[in-house]
Design a protein around this ligand. Sequence first.
Ligand SMILES: CSC[C@@H](O)[C@@H](O)C(=O)COP(=O)(O)O
Length: 350
Amino acid sequence: MLKTLEYRDGKLYIIDQTKLPTEKEIIAIETVEECFDAIKKLKVRGAPAIGIAAAYGVVLGIKDLEEDDFNSFYNELKKISKYLGSSRPTAVNLFWALDRMEKKALENKYKPVEEIKKILEEEAISIQREDEKICKKIGENGIEVLKDGYTILTHCNAGVLATSKYGTALAPIYLAKERGWNIKVFADETRPLLQGSRLTTFELMEAGIDVTLITDNMAAMVMSKGWIDVVIVGCDRVAANGDVANKIGTYGVALLAKAHNIPFYVAGPTTTIDLKTPTGKDIVIEERGREEIICGFGKQTAPSNVKVYNPAFDVTPNELIDGIITEKGIVRAPYDINLKTIFSGAGGEN
Ligand SMILES: CSC[C@@H](O)[C@@H](O)C(=O)COP(=O)(O)O
């Protein structure tokens, strides 16, 4: 399986996802600025992977701080965290990971600063290791919505490349493959940055999984032919009422699934559930540059001065979602009650 992120000898190594699928280039990130740049430019992307990268970004940022009293060190740490948090606004895992790093520092405030730096490095490593276990569990819970012989449609990339291992939406598919099931996948191309065609097809093909690429506007036709048994997508933020922000186009796929009576599932770790955000309307949606639409991948496809609107995510209302597959089980409606329940210790259905 691919290694999306690897922390070694004080450096973070990532696959530069902007180069995929033609080049598999591993780059070393050595400074907080390089980490910010990698997140902003989508060299590392996908909600869980962004959170993990940011945690390591904190480690890289504090490495050379000379402050030796806790308060001055903590002020600098907060600045680093705020800076990393300004890289992308929608995936809540980014803020969750930064918050966890800040809290860990505070918990250890009476220890020498050099020791706190070491503790924070261990914390970032734990965040990554936990994500791996969580994704595996999402796969085990999510396989419940699959059957041998199923064809799944997915949008964007919520696979290995978006996490530390296994992925979220793709985790049940990897598990089904391990069990020897005959599973097929249709991957939406995912305009404008083509995470579906560049990343999802790439990683599924590497794993020997039968995948067919379609452009986003072909999903309705493929569904109408009866070829899709279930849709599974990832998520960047789940609001307290179960509305889900995910890659632009997800909402359309959910509407199409409803129109064709196809179950629509969202998969994500509980770290993507944000009970502090009441509804999807409260989620900040990242807007990206005009060049991604008028000149994607270097080829001009629209007049250079045309007006452009380029939201990177949309919100799927909870009523279109049959279930949210988490590491604690599958959460179903009523989401406002059942999402809170999983944080109180009781799981969803398994
Ligand atoms: C497990 S990743 C889930 C989501 O982060 C994924 O579906 C997505 O929308 C990624 O968007 P991206 O802009 O590529 O970071």
